[in-house]
Design a protein around this ligand. Structure first.
Ligand code: ATP
Ligand code: MG
Length: 332
């Protein structure tokens, strides 16, 4: 059976981008067709300036939202990365497989390190090595497929390179995974800055729809989305990125084609209104289920405990094999 692994970082409240680009598909398709693991990758949230209490809170909230979005522990494994030691154990060995040159070339490292420096913060070493830990997340489970949004494609490529290199040098140990991107919703853009991806850790929040935003807030954010000059509704990502983004979101909500949808609108206002309503309806069941689950944190804890137990059992043989292959003496 196909093995799937994917994760979400507790760096902020989950967004519409996270949902359309990743989580919705995990719940509606992936968990039903494969042996899937979904992880709140909390170690990755420590790569940038962070508040410990907030990361802890957001980790629980992210796990609760994954369940609210429909991940079913009877069908898939839901857990928190730091609960399973194998990730960090394997990451070190993969660091001995990667080069600093290939990590410095990662686009997200470049973007996030520039942002940190601009904010007067130092750049943590873990921001540079984070894609190696992500490779460990994936490779520890013999993963075949990694369903992610567009922004993660480069990191999955690096994971493949590391797996192939390790296998060639030390003997076959890792499955070489592939990225699987969604057909629609792979890249939801910021409503106030359609040149930038909607990202949960961004400081300016007016252009970001969070899964737990009240319906009124969702409507307001979408009605105030930056659109483009002219008045004609066309699907043109280059010339009309703001309108194209709204069409992409509406299409992803309705399972329609954005180019075809464009023909149905003769004003930006009407497009915004329908998009706002579609997003409110899309998120309604997730918010409602989240409220129920948040009232029973003991249940979420238990799901995470069982998930970590299962994940540990799956990861340990692969990580042990990697330790042996690279030359480490097994404990007697
Ligand atoms: P951060 O700003 O901290 O990087 P993020 O919003 O990019 O947060 P991640 O935890 O890095 O979220 O990514 C979780 C998943 O959501 C990944 O599969 C990623 O590809 C996907 N994703 C993130 N942002 C978007 C987006 N704007 N559109 C589509 N998919 C996205
Ligand atoms: Mg990201």
């Amino acid at each position: 059976m196909t093995r799937i692994f994917s994760g979400v970082k507790p760096t902020g409240h989950l967004t519409l981008g996270n949902y359309l680009g990743a989580v919705r598909r995990w719940a509606q398709a992936d968990q039903h067709r494969a042996d899937a693991l979904f992880c709140v990758v909390d170690l990755h949230a420590l790569t940038v300036e962070h508040d410990p209490a907030r990361v802890r809170r957001l980790s629980r909230q992210a796990a609760t939202l994954l369940l609210a979005a429909g991940l079913d522990p009877a069908l898939c494994t839901v857990f928190v990365q730091s609960h399973v030691d194998e990730h960090a154990r394997l990451s070190y060995v993969l660091e001995c497989t990667a080069t600093d040159g290939e990590l410095r070339r990662m686009i997200q490292y470049k973007e996030k390190s520039v942002r940190a420096r601009a904010a007067g913060e130092s750049v943590r070493l873990s921001l540079l090595t984070y894609p190696v830990l992500m490779a460990a997340d994936i490779l520890a489970y013999g993963t075949d497929e990694v369903p992610v949004g567009d922004d993660q494609t480069q990191h999955v490529e690096l994971t493949r390179d590391l797996a192939v290199r390790f296998n060639q040098r030390y003997g076959h140990t890792f499955t070489v995974p592939r990225a699987a991107r969604p057909e629609v919703g792979a890249r939801v853009m910021d409503l106030q800055d359609p040149a930038a991806k909607m990202g949960k850790s961004h400081a300016a929040t007016a252009g970001i729809v969070y899964l737990l935003d009240e319906p009124e807030v969702v409507r307001k954010k979408i009605m105030r989305a930056v659109t483009d000059s002219g008045t004609e509704v066309e699907y043109d990502r280059e010339e009309k990125p703001g309108v194209a983004n709204l069409l992409d979101v509406l299409a992803a909500c309705e399972g329609a084609d954005p180019g075809e949808l464009a023909g149905a609108y003769d004003s930006y206002g009407a497009l915004k209104k329908d998009t706002a309503e579609a997003v409110v309806e899309l998120l309604r069941p997730v918010r409602e289920r989240h409220a129920e689950l948040a009232a029973d944190p003991g249940h979420v804890d238990q799901v995470l405990r069982e998930g970590a137990e299962r994940a540990r059992g799956m990861a340990r043989p692969t990580v042990d094999a990697a330790y042996r292959a690279i030359g480490l003496l097994p404990a007697g």
